[in-house]
Write a protein that binds this ligand. Structure first.
Ligand code: NAI
Length: 480
């Protein structure tokens, strides 16, 4: 039976864009994205979508109201669907067994229970959320234990590999689509039904089918390996700073080796985002539960290196500013965890900002896409903040980079937004306190040009020369 009706539970960074692209490419299929959050659905149905993704507005506007719908009516959406994606959040557990490491599957479980309660016809249930290996078994148990007579369920794993900031492009031209399912005839039939949706725009050879557990583990493995590359290059950036080697030159030299390749070799203040840390922590926890402590500590090191990189960079900022930032104005450019998204989950900027605030600095923050309310929420989140009033006394959110940098002692680049490379740094320099510092945590600026203007510049994985006129009165030769 061809799929005519799709429902997606969870209208987040994955559910929204994924289903919008499915609706675009499958005009004969009705796609309904259902979420419990009234606010989120209201935004999906408005002119200002709840997430920023290049190209997303166009896709949504061309399908919404035709074959793409956003709703809070989860009940109706489940009832009429042939196939249901579960795209709900799977955060790290913050209580009980596995606290701080295991994936919290309460939203996945409640989605499965909703389906079991509401369904009145056969359903293919597709796990799109990133989950621990064998989570499909839990979904299956819940559905089977509550099965009504005559209703059958097939559970598939179809992890999503899109990256925020390039989600639409990744969905339109994925390297591969992965579908895991049972090897039984009805399992194979369900896999075929999901394949036929993707085959509207993806060639069959790029659609990989595996058993369910391989599919689930592949998603964790992909994120672990990607994050590992970032931590590896970041670890070498520390060696560069200690020796005079340049991490960009090293990355280029090693990346040209076809066995290694150039992607994900960009040193920075560290990775962020909602997935890498939580998925690796989840992998570490799974390994510990499987009594594989050596494997667990191997992957834990990827997280530890990321923490080290964030703290190493922030310490450098403080040490360079004569070991104290108390009462100093510091401009933070970028708050999102990477460019082309407004998402701040696990953004390294949060760590940098919190540490500088703890040290007594006054901060002026600018990000082109992150809402002021989001920055305030991140900085006053109860788990990391004892006194929201105190924090907000020392934070100003600015409308552009120039007003943020004005009268500051230093600029700290936390996100690699393209617009930061095109700023008039002569103008910025003229309006800053002197000596004026720039800490480029993303390696996006022309450092020599900044040095020539008169800035003190620090970046990751490279030592830089000081401005000529300043060298003579400082004893440390040529570098900061
Ligand atoms: P999100 O937090 O943006 O969205 C999840 C949505 O699910 C929320 O709007 C929430 O209200 C809704 N929800 C929770 N329980 C529900 C229920 N029972 N019924 C209906 N809606 C419900 O999360 P995001 O970022 O979209 O991630 C979803 C999953 O996809 C996670 O497992 C994540 O690890 C994975 N993933 C995320 C990627 C990303 O770049 N954000 C990339 C690939 C996978």
């Amino acid at each position: 039976m061809p799929i005519k009706n799709i429902c997606c539970l969870g209208a987040g960074y994955v559910g929204g864009p994924t289903c919008s692209v499915i609706a675009l490419k499958c005009p004969e299929i009705k796609v309904t994205v259902a979420d419990l959050s009234k606010e989120r659905i209201k935004q999906w149905n408005s002119d200002r979508l709840p997430i920023y993704e290049p190209g997303l507005d166009e896709v949504v506007m061309s399908c919404r109201g035709k074959n793409l719908f956003f709703t809070n009516d989860v009940h109706a959406a489940i009832l009429e669907a042939d196939l249901i994606f579960i795209s709900v959040n799977t955060p790290t557990k913050n209580f009980g067994n596995g606290k701080g490491r295991a994936a919290d599957l309460k939203y996945v479980e409640s989605a499965a229970r909703l389906i079991a309660d509401i369904a009145k016809s056969n359903k293919i249930v597709v796990e799109k959320s990133t989950v621990p290996v064998r989570a499909a078994e839990s979904i299956s148990k819940i559905l089977m234990a509550n099965q009504k007579p005559g209703i059958t369920y097939q559970i598939l794993s179809n992890p999503e590999f899109l990256a925020e900031g390039t989600a639409i492009n990744d969905l339109l031209y994925p390297d591969r689509v992965l579908i895991g399912g049972e090897e039984s005839p009805s399992g194979k039939e369900a896999i075929e039904a999901l394949c036929s949706i993707y085959e509207h725009w993806i060639t069959r050879k790029n659609i990989l089918t595996t058993n369910t557990w391989s599919s689930e583990l592949s998603k964790l493995a992909a994120n672990a390996l990607l994050a590992q590359r970032i931590s590896s290059i970041n670890s070498l950036s520390a060696v560069c700073e200690a020796t005079g080697a340049d991490i960009s030159e090293v990355a280029r030299a090693v990346g040209l080796d076809s066995r290694i390749g150039p992607k994900f070799l960009q040193a920075s203040i560290g990775f962020g985002g909602s997935c890498f840390q939580k998925d690796i922590l989840n992998l570490v926890y799974i390994c510990e539960c499987l009594n594989l402590p050596e494997v667990a500590s191997y992957w834990q090191q990827v997280i530890d290196m990321n923490e080290y990189q964030k703290s190493r960079f922030t310490s450098k900022v403080i040490e360079s500013l004569f070991n104290t930032v108390t009462g100093k104005n510091i401009c933070i450019l970028g708050f999102a965890f990477k460019k082309n998204t407004g998402d701040t989950r696990e953004s390294p900027a949060i760590y940098v900002v919190k540490t500088l605030l703890d040290e007594g600095a006054s901060l002026k923050i600018y990000d082109p896409k992150v809402l002021e309310s989001q920055i305030i929420e991140d900085l006053t989140y109860p788990a990391i903040c004892e006194s929201p009033e105190e924090v907000m006394k020392n934070v100003m959110i600015c409308k552009d980079a120039y007003s943020a940098a004005k009268e500051c002692h230093a600029i700290v680049i936390c996100t690699e937004w393209d617009e930061f490379t095109a700023l008039d740094y002569n103008k910025i320099y003229s309006e800053m306190m002197k000596p004026a510092y720039i800490f480029d945590g993303r390696k996006i600026l022309d450092h020599q040009a900044l040095v020539d203007i008169g800035f003190y510049v620090q970046t990751i994985g490279k030592r830089l020369n000081r401005p000529a006129e300043l060298r003579c009165w400082n004893s440390s030769p040529g570098v900061i």
